[in-house]
Design a protein. Structure first.
Length: 116
């Protein structure tokens, strides 16, 4: 694999999560996020429409992906989380750092500065 340069950066990469995002699923999802981050996209959208629940391991994984994306000039947004997943994300204050997109057809915009 050839490392991406700024000129090779893609505008958007989507990653779809199916099933629970927990400690058991985290390694597989991490591999997908690693591949997405290697492309140095402007934005990664993690589609959670088919993800029922997220535990602490899943939240940490998403936060780490966001931190790494921001370091490279990008962002991570979370699309269509279930009510249970949305509740876990809000309790962990993820919604203050990453944009939560309610629908698949919502236009993508940066979440804003970290630490508001």
């Amino acid at each position: 694999m050839v490392p991406a340069t700024a000129a090779q950066a893609v505008p958007l990469v989507e990653v779809q999560v199916k099933g629970d995002l927990n400690a058991q699923a985290a390694p597989a999802v991490n591999r997908l996020l690693e591949q997405a981050l290697a492309l140095r996209p402007q934005q990664i959208v993690v589609d959670l429409a088919d993800c029922d629940t997220i535990d602490a391991a899943g939240i940490l994984l998403l936060m780490d992906a966001h931190r790494r994306a921001v370091r490279d000039g990008g962002t991570v947004a979370l699309r269509s989380p279930s009510e249970q997943a949305r509740r876990a994300l809000r309790l962990a204050k993820v919604d203050r750092i990453m944009q939560l997109l309610p629908y698949a057809n919502v236009s993508l915009t940066p979440a804003g500065p970290v630490g508001r």
